[in-house]
Design a protein around this ligand. Structure first.
Ligand code: UTP
Length: 287
């Protein structure tokens, strides 16, 4: 079955990035010259996604506007002869009807945010992308996962190994290897203390989920941090369906974290011929 819809929860408070996120979604912070949400939306489209579902909140309207026409700007670029920029700005706007958005009225957790998309997604498997997990890779991670889904026909989470002391920042898998890339999940635990973590395989913000996940998200059960957690709903889903972990190929940056965000900016800027040399010259002066 083809995955056509991708859900982007962007309703979190972004407290780790205050004060920048006081009045602005963290997903609108730019890495080099693109807001981080744009990287994730481009990844979804390049993986063949046909419809984008944003779960937003009050104060996040700039994010929706970013993917809409801006006639005044287009007009100004046109009369100033900035044709390349004009082309780029227009390219950003997907075909009308491709972007749907709904609001999560209260930030009750990632699981609750995804549950808000239940009627939009309906009874089909779908993707979830957390834009603040920015991944630099040759093949977009969602495309890598789609390929696995074709074979496995089950829910899949992207995973990477983390340091043992970091387990309490992530959802962690208890899993057995199927091959070098894929593990079969026995249990999922949200933010376990290092001594309680069954492994160091951490869930990263890319998922392919079967629609049955909504049955468990709908129970609105609170978990770690008093939030309704996707990890807990996936653990319950294991009662009736298999879930797999996929060790993606790529480098992941946690853009919800101040240091991770700066690293992402450096890594992406160093790939830009127009920026790289200036940046390198400056870094050398820091000694
Ligand atoms: P985070 O765990 O990064 O939470 O959410 P956060 O609130 O955004 O940031 P911090 O931890 O306070 O700094 C992971 C993803 O889930 C979304 C976020 O927008 C982010 O993409 N989310 C989280 C929601 O959409 N709603 C929520 O209630 C919580």
């Amino acid at each position: 079955m083809k995955i056509k819809k991708a859900v982007f929860p962007v309703a979190g408070l972004g407290t780790r990035f205050l004060p920048a996120t006081k009045a602005m979604a963290k997903e609108m912070l730019p890495v080099v010259d693109k807001p981080i949400i744009q990287y994730a939306v481009e990844e979804a489209f390049s993986a063949g996604i046909e419809q984008i579902v944003f779960i937003t909140a009050r104060g996040k309207i700039a994010l929706i506007n970013h993917f809409d026409r801006s006639f005044e700007l287009e007009h100004n670029l046109k009369i100033k002869g900035k044709h390349e920029l004009l082309k780029e700005i227009k390219k950003l706007v997907p075909k009308t009807g491709t972007i749907i958005h709904t609001r999560q009225n209260e930030p009750l957790g990632l699981g609750h945010a995804i549950w808000c998309a239940r009627d939009i997604v309906g009874n089909e498997p779908f993707a979830v992308l957390l834009a603040d997990d920015l991944i630099k890779s040759d093949v977009p991670v969602l495309s890598q996962m789609m390929k696995k889904f074709t074979k496995l026909q089950s829910s899949i989470v992207a995973v990477m190994e983390v340091e043992k002391h970091q387990t309490e920042q992530y959802g962690i898998l208890d899993a057995v290897p199927i091959n070098n890339e894929v593990v079969k999940v026995n249990a999922l635990i949200e933010k376990p203390a290092p001594e309680k973590a069954p492994s160091n395989l951490a869930i990263i913000g890319r998922y392919i989920l079967t629609p049955e996940i909504f049955n468990y998200l709908g129970k609105n059960k609170k978990g770690a941090g008093g939030e309704i957690q996707l990890t807990d709903a996936m653990h319950s889903l294991l009662k009736t369906q298999s879930i797999f972990g996929y060790k993606f190929k790529g480098e992941r940056f946690d853009c919800g974290d101040k240091a991770g965000f700066q690293m992402a900016n450096l890594a992406f800027a160093m790939e830009r011929e127009d920026i790289k040399n200036k940046l390198l010259k400056y870094i050398k002066t820091l000694g």
